[in-house]
Design a protein around this ligand. Structure first.
Ligand code: NDP
Ligand code: 8X3
Length: 260
């Protein structure tokens, strides 16, 4: 029996990496999906693929989560049958560079803060009131080990993920007298487009981040998210830190020597 049959899951950042893997995992449990990102072509292709493969409906929704007006307009205009969102996966996020604060490009800071913190908040603000009215809902934020530790060059990205940690805890307090659950999944190194985005398309540099050890796959994180939302209603997994077996902290990764 599919575990999420008939539910509606909204996933931000569904056009690649962890968000896309969540789309596959949740489709496999027959949840209908609202897929958010900026790259419409990817969202539409994924929606077509999943709705052919599984007995579900998918709604691709092109949105830049930094844009509050766009979010408010497009989310308010959702067809009525898509408005009753059961599960929100706040996954969209990014890092830019590893520059030290005195030399960094402040536009990079704005992009990380606007996406990872403010975008997550805007989406949450639009979705949670409906969950409260229906007295059911799961909010799963994708944080990071960078929300628990600060590593060299991580400065502002780590600050945004510390903020996600604080927002998750704050929302859990806000909702403690309701049946809603608030969780965070905080991964270590997952091989996705993340480093390619961080290094602005320098794929050689991005590749080295994942060389010499076995990084996590996006599907490993999707599996953790699925686990969280399929617990009995009285069980709230507050926080799950997921590392590759070769990783012990942000800075400690057991790498074999790489030849070539
Ligand atoms: P990817 O770069 O593969 O995916 C990021 C996703 O976020 C894309 O779908 C992208 O879609 C979306 N996104 C970025 N900016 C916006 C925006 N302004 N509006 C809407 N969507 C946006 O990276 P990951 O899958 O790795 O990252 C997912 C989350 O996981 C992030 O929050 C990241 O911080 C976190 N994380 C990643 C780790 C890793 O090692 N990979 C480890 C720990 C946490 P589009 O470009 O189409 O808008
Ligand atoms: C992404 C993983 O280690 O680059 O959050 O911060 S890391």
């Amino acid at each position: 029996m599919a575990k999420l049959k008939g539910k509606i899951t909204l996933i931000t950042g569904a056009s690649s990496g962890i968000g896309e893997a969540c789309a596959h995992a949740f489709a496999g449990e027959e949840s209908n999906l609202i897929l958010i990102g900026r790259r419409t072509d990817r969202l539409e292709k994924l929606a077509d693929q999943l709705s052919q493969q599984y007995p579900i409906e998918c709604l691709p929704l092109t949105l830049d989560i930094r844009n509050k007006t766009q979010i408010n307009e497009r989310m308010s205009a959702l067809p009525p049958k898509w408005q009753t969102i059961d599960i929100l996966i706040n996954n969209a996020g990014l890092a830019r560079g590893l520059d030290k604060i005195p030399h960094a490009d402040t536009d990079d800071w704005d992009e990380m803060i606007d996406t990872n913190i403010k975008g997550l908040l805007y989406i949450t603000r639009m979705v949670v009131p409906g969950m409260l009215e229906r007295r059911q809902g799961d909010i799963v934020n994708i944080g990071s080990i960078a929300g628990h530790e600060v590593y060299a060059g991580g400065n502002i990205y780590c600050a945004t993920k510390h903020a996600v940690d604080a927002i998750t805890k704050g929302l859990r307090i806000d909702l403690v007298d309701t049946p809603l659950r608030v969780s965070t999944v905080d991964p270590g190194l997952v091989e996705t487009e993340f480093s390619n985005v961080r290094f602005r398309g320098d794929s050689e540099r991005a590749k080295t981040v994942y060389q010499g050890y076995q990084p996590l796959h996006s599907a490993d994180i999707a599996d953790a998210v699925l686990y969280i939302v399929t617990r009995h209603p009285h069980v709230q997994i507050a926080e799950m830190i997921v590392f590759p077996t070769d990783q012990a902290s942000s800075a400690i990764v057991h790498k074999q020597k790489h030849n070539g």
